[in-house]
Design a protein around this ligand. Structure first.
Ligand code: AHZ
Length: 315
């Protein structure tokens, strides 16, 4: 049993599209083909509206209860956060992993390759990550230094479908991390010990609504992947600077694909006790370059962030 009382499930036990798991099904299920041409007699089974409400809310509140003590919280479900979640959930089915995403739609900037263009470019050797997750891509051959996914949304939707099938992952979307839980040790070091959350619509209205107090999640390790500074981004590291737990931010530098991608992957680490930073949020800490529309570093920074997080549980 895992720490939340569930039986651990190995990745190999999570079926793919050809064998969709139907929990609790007792009889052979109808197929769509069997419905064809029979629309005049068609009827859905009856339902009472309250059943729908209860099925949704019961699960959500049970998840709030279960994940109030998580093993790992990932802040931000962009390409780096989702890659982190995939690696962690696969490696450790016994750990409870909460993903907090401010937006209604998870995926961050990875729904398009760059500007409004569809294709997503990944420099080798990040093609290994695409094979690992099962994202189809084009490779121009041995001499080519990069591969191309025909639409960035294919990458992001595949990541989401894999990550959300893990039984030990819960995505709380439309939920913002609006502060960090911190503990000061006797030597003065600040340790991040969880996150403070609120509905995103509430956080957007702190100026014109009376105080609506937040909620909390405790966890020994937080992985922050909230992207570079902007209306939303770099949230956790900016908060750490405000609390004097990180001296200052280096600030994201100009675009240099070759320098930027190596630096982000290599630099992904625990920047302060309890806080691992990956993806473009790290460029703000280290004063690293941006890479623009090439996503290999986001995937591999996720791989490294997961590796760093797992050290905490191996100690
Ligand atoms: O909504 C944000 C996005 O989905 C989410 N987020 C930000 N602040 C949050 C908060 N609470 C909860 N306080 C929050 N969620 O974090 C996600 C960040 O995703 P992203 O795609 O912006 O970041 P990434 O680091 O995964 O990928 C960066 C992609 C970039 S930017 C770039 C450049 O500018 O040069 N190049 C690449 C490849």
């Amino acid at each position: 049993p895992t720490n939340n009382g569930q039986v651990a499930t190995k990745l190999s036990a999570i079926p793919h599209a050809s064998g969709v798991p139907v929990t609790g099904a007792v009889k052979p299920q109808a197929t769509v083909e069997e419905m064809a041409g029979k629309w005049s007699d068609f009827r859905f089974r009856p339902i009472r509206e309250s059943q729908v409400s209860r099925e949704m809310t019961r699960r959500y509140f049970s998840d709030l209860d279960k994940y109030a003590e998580s093993d790992i919280v990932i802040v931000g479900a962009g390409s780096c956060g989702l890659s982190t979640a995939y690696c962690l959930a696969k490696a450790r089915p016994d750990l409870k992993i909460a993903i907090i995403e401010a937006n209604v739609s998870p995926g961050g900037g990875a729904w398009l390759g760059g500007q409004l263009f569809s294709a997503m470019i990944m420099r080798k050797p990040a093609d290994a990550f695409l094979r690992e997750v099962g994202v189809p891509y084009e490779d121009a051959g041995e001499d080519s230094n990069y591969v191309t996914v025909k639409h960035a949304a294919l990458f992001t939707s595949t990541m989401l479908s894999k990550v959300l099938q893990f039984p030990n992952v819960k995505l709380f979307n439309a939920t913002s991390v609006e502060d960090l839980i911190t503990r000061r040790s006797p030597d003065g070091t600040l340790r991040v010990a969880g996150v403070v959350t609120n509905w995103t619509l509430v956080t957007m209205h702190h100026d014109d609504q009376s105080c609506m107090d937040p909620n909390t999640i405790n966890a020994p390790i937080i992985v922050s992947t909230t992207g570079h500074d902007g209306p939303f981004g770099a949230f956790c590291v900016k908060r750490m600077v405000a609390m004097d737990a990180i001296p200052a931010l280096g600030g994201m530098r100009g675009l240099d694909m070759n320098v930027a991608e190596d630096a982000i992957v290599k630099g992904t680490r625990e920047v302060a006790p309890g806080l691992i930073v990956g993806g473009m949020e790290l460029s703000e800490v280290d004063g690293a370059n941006r890479m623009g529309p090439t996503f290999g570093a986001m995937a591999l920074s996720g791989v490294k962030a997961a590796e760093e997080a797992l050290k905490v549980f191996e100690e």
